[in-house]
Design a binder for this molecule. Structure first.
Ligand code: NAI
Length: 483
């Protein structure tokens, strides 16, 4: 039950609407609902105190309530300032049995349109458990992009050093905010994050960019607790990143601009899992799609899939829509944006906002920002031409639309739930390091979603299985198989 005042959302009266949408989503999330049935008696997450930092949407509400159904205590924040669906956040706080007057769900700190300062305050709130000293705070993190993990690691690092660098030394506005939070925290309690880090059994990480950060920390020897890389479960990255973005990219563009995509020239930067889904959805709408890539393998894939592969330099003045999907930074610079044609649309679907040089654009003195509506801005240059930037360069499918639909998220979140159970109940089997889930669990997640689509699996005969050298019940592929 939520302690009085231990949450912050936009409007609890939205909970009824949120609950109705959660109920519709549950039907579309057969994996999560099957896990609820499978583990109803065993309660494998009893004793787990999960801090979640992941887009607070309707689909995430079903994930949160699955973790609770498996025995966990949960606190939640969004991992992006624009991605919260306020009715979902309200419904999670109120819970299935509570009322807005007497909320009985889970403490959520998230609303659509947070400032960066509010965002990091929310992240801090979900890492601090009310009776922290008695119980040691959270013992699990469920992360998307690694911000909760980052705050704990940076906090512990600075506590060890005995000082936090001045926010003025930060290389970005956002890092200055983080340093501010940690400076205050150090004066309040000089061992807070060291204690939190020590109590955490592990983190399960949702996305490519967060996983990248984890491997960097592992290689640098700075990782403080074990991690499961959920992103690289096949039933995550080859589904959510691809088919999820195939759905939610154009949803975001349409809700933001309602521009006709057919006939337009669209550039997709990056042809990884996300880029593949984005390119396909734009082509599906009749756009002529151009891909930019740095990796010759992905570039060749794009070419063989029938896309023109070019450099941004060559097409920046002629394309109509630009989407970044690289996980890299400065992919579209402010100089690029100045050269684009009138009312070109610029958006990012990668995890962080630095794929598009928004800071550089804002610093130019020949450009003026005109807000059209929330998460849609026209940037007008002195020569009179303008571009349209979605969600201030943050992931547009969650900022301008509502992210991926339930069915694909059921795959991702079934992996998340299984990963939480693995790390929490088999802690000894996961010494400090970054792991992916075993293949039989990946196949299990896929199995849980076949019936709902009317897909019937063929069964290997014993003889066929022996011929292929695999067990009849799987796993069917070797670790190096790439799907
Ligand atoms: P990926 O690693 O499969 O693909 C990224 C591709 O971008 C790679 O092929 C890489 O060679 C290419 N690339 C890197 N720098 C480039 C540059 N400067 N110019 C052109 N191409 C470049 O990664 P994935 O899984 O496709 O994820 C991409 C980003 O999207 C990540 O930040 C990830 O966290 C995020 N993501 C966002 C989702 C959403 O719903 N918005 C869903 C899933 C992932």
């Amino acid at each position: 039950t939520v302690a009085e005042g231990d949450f912050k959302v936009a409007d609890l009266s939205l909970a009824g609407f949120g609950r109705k949408e959660i109920q519709l989503a549950e039907h579309e999330m057969p994996g999560l609902m099957a896990l609820r049935r499978e583990y109803a008696d065993a309660q494998p997450l009893a004793g787990a105190r999960v801090t979640g930092s992941l887009h607070m949407t309707i689909q995430t509400a079903v994930l949160i309530e699955t973790l609770v159904a498996l025995g966990a205590e949960v606190r939640w924040a969004s991992c992006n300032i624009f991605s919260t669906q306020d009715h979902a956040a309200a419904a999670v706080v109120v819970g299935p049995t509570g009322t807005p007057e007497a909320p009985a769900g889970v403490p959520v700190y998230a609303w659509k349109g947070e400032t960066l300062a509010e965002y990091w305050w929310c992240t801090e709130q979900v890492l601090l458990w009310p009776d922290d000293s008695a119980r040691g705070g959270p013992n699990m993190i469920l992360d998307d992009g690694g911000d909760a993990t980052l705050l704990v690691h940076k906090g512990a690092e600075f506590e060890k050093a005995g000082a936090v660098p001045s926010p003025e030394t930060a290389d970005s506005e956002e890092f200055a905010v983080i340093l501010g939070v940690l400076q205050r925290s150090l004066t309040e309690d000089s061992q807070r994050w060291t204690r939190v880090a020590a109590s955490i059994k592990g983190v399960t990480e949702e996305t490519t960019t967060g996983v990248h950060r984890l491997y960097e920390m592992q290689n640098a020897g700075t990782l403080l607790f074990p991690a499961i890389n959920v992103n690289d479960a096949v039933t995550k990255s080859k589904f959510d990143n691809k088919y999820g973005c195939r759905h939610s990219l154009i949803d975001g563009i349409n809700r933001a601009t309602d521009v006709l995509i057919g006939g337009k020239v669209a550039v997709v930067a990056g042809y990884g899992d996300v880029g593949k889904g984005c390119a396909e959805s734009l082509r599906g709408q009749g756009a002529r799609v151009i891909v930019t890539e740095v990796d010759p393998i992905c570039a060749l894939q794009a070419a063989m899939d029938g896309y023109q592969v070019a450099t941004l330099e060559d097409v920046v003045e002629t394309a109509d829509i630009f989407i970044t999907a690289t996980g890299c930074f400065d992919v579209i610079t402010n100089e690029h944006m100045a050269r684009m044609k009138h009312q070109a649309i610029v958006g990012n679907i990668g995890h962080f906002d630095n794929e598009i040089d928004m800071a550089g654009l804002a610093k130019r003195d020949d450009v003026e920002r005109i807000n059209i509506k929330p998460q849609v801005d026209e940037w007008r240059f002195a020569d009179g031409h303008s571009i349209i930037v979605l969600s201030e360069g943050r992931l547009l499918n969650l900022g301008n639309a509502t992210g991926h639909p339930s069915f694909v998220m059921s795959n991702s979140f079934s992996n998340q739930t299984i990963a939480q159970i693995e790390l929490f109940t088999k802690t000894d089997q996961y010494p400090l390091g970054v792991y992916t889930l075993p293949k039989h669990l990946d196949e299990k997640v896929a199995r849980l979603h076949l019936d709902a689509l009317g897909a019937k699996l063929t069964e290997l005969s014993k003889e066929q299985a022996a011929y292929l050298g695999v067990p009849v019940e799987g796993p069917y592929k070797s670790e190096h198989y790439r799907y």
